[in-house]
Design a protein around this ligand. Structure first.
Ligand SMILES: [Zn+2]
Length: 391
């Protein structure tokens, strides 16, 4: 995020009500009609996963850490940091009715994870669905902001050419004209964002449809999974969909040219889609990692194969780099973070997260290993697996 995007995020938070979308993504489903109200669906399971990550006692009981931005003390900038949130609200989105939420995700909620293709498809689907819903809201938000300027070009070429000169002080115009030009620039940027949301929506909708067919009709999908499990249930979870421009080492896997294409139009076919879904979660004494991507995305596949060939410590650092650089929707055990990382390391984690969140064209390679300690006894006890913990 650049400062403008941070501003946009702040505004989005403030006026979320105006732009919020409470609608089932599966409306019109021929197999199952919508039933019940639209629910606050968890994109990271509350019962099995978030409960095992949240602190089990003390002042942070029932809360997790997530990385985000808070206004700095001077209110002029946003600072990255770990923020506490209750697991009832964290990672929820209003994209499914009660009936669909239950029906779609039952095979991963009520059944132990055994890395079947169906379970991996469902995890990937949920990550894509959350991103789709979030893009639908962002697009609506742009429409709310623009109002009748949505289809009006109020930043014509002669303004675009004039503005840099004005900003450099080489040219002076009356204040009321400057105001009109600056407002035009602002609207122009929102219109670009609006268009990009449209492209993302179209791709994510196709990904969701393809995965739905694979899940419900047992058809083979255009997407494949690479699955890996770490020994030990680390209290770290994420569910996200993103476009990785760099591999875990900070090497480009999408060229600048390709990146421009991705920003300006939606993919012509599944094979061209660069969206990657990543799910990380602790369950049954292990930490499960599922990467899902288009079968045509060979450069990403090769990068993940390179990552998984690394020895344990290097692999964990590589994975940490991916999570910190690309994922916003991630949860961490507060006690785990505070016990295993120094204040300096915690600050560094937040900074790595912030670099690419502020500018997606950047990748901050670091030596941080998020999967650092052996899980504590408490964590192991809380890991599901017949312990009878309520959902
Ligand atoms: Zn529904």
């Amino acid at each position: 995020m650049n400062s403008e995007q941070i501003e946009f995020k702040k505004l989005l938070g403030q006026t979320q009500k105006e732009a919020s979308i409470k609608a089932c993504l599966r409306v019109g489903d021929e197999q199952l009609e919508c039933s019940g109200k639209v629910v606050h669906a968890h994109s990271i399971q509350r019962g099995k996963i978030l409960e095992s990550i949240a602190d089990g006692g003390g002042e942070n009981e029932g809360k997790i850490y997530h990385l985000g931005f808070s206004p700095a003390e001077d209110m002029q900038s946003m600072q990255p940091e770990f923020k506490l949130q209750g697991i009832k609200k964290f990672s929820t989105f209003t994209g499914f009715c009660g009936g669909h939420d239950k029906a779609i995700f039952q095979p991963i909620e009520d059944v132990a994870f055994s890395a079947t293709t169906k379970q991996q498809n469902i995890y990937a689907y949920r990550a894509a669905a959350k991103e789709l819903h979030s893009n639908l809201e962002s697009k609506t938000f742009c429409e709310v902001l623009l109002g009748d300027k949505l289809n009006v070009d109020d930043f014509p070429p002669h303004y675009q050419m004039m503005l840099p000169h004005i900003k450099r002080g080489e040219r002076v115009v009356p204040d009321f004209i400057l105001e009109v030009i600056l407002q035009g620039e602002k609207n122009h940027n929102i219109r670009i964002r609006h268009m990009q949301c449209g492209h993302s929506i179209s791709e994510l909708q196709q990904i969701c449809d393809n995965l739905t067919n694979a899940i419900e009709r047992e058809e083979s999908s255009e997407f494949e999974h690479v699955y890996h499990a770490l020994e030990g249930a680390f209290p770290i979870a994420c569910s996200a969909s993103f476009i990785p421009y760099f591999d875990h080492d900070g090497r480009r896997i999408i060229s600048k040219q390709e990146e421009q294409r991705v920003a300006q139009s939606s993919a012509a076919s599944h094979a061209d889609m660069k969206n990657v879904m990543l799910n990380v979660f602790p369950e049954g004494g292990k930490t499960h990692i599922i990467f899902t991507f288009s079968k045509g995305n060979l450069s990403f596949k090769a990068s993940i194969e390179r990552l998984l060939k690394l020895e344990d410590e290097a692999l964990k650092i590589g994975l940490s780099n991916i999570v910190l650089n690309y994922v916003e929707n991630s949860a961490y055990g507060p006690k785990y973070i505070n016990d295993n990382f120094s204040p300096d390391q915690i600050k560094k984690i937040a900074e790595v997260f912030a670099v690419s969140a502020i500018d997606r064209d950047k990748f901050r390679k670091s030596d941080i290993n998020l999967f650092v300690a052996r899980p504590t006894a408490t964590t192991q006890r809380l890991v599901p697996g017949g312990s009878g913990r309520e959902r």
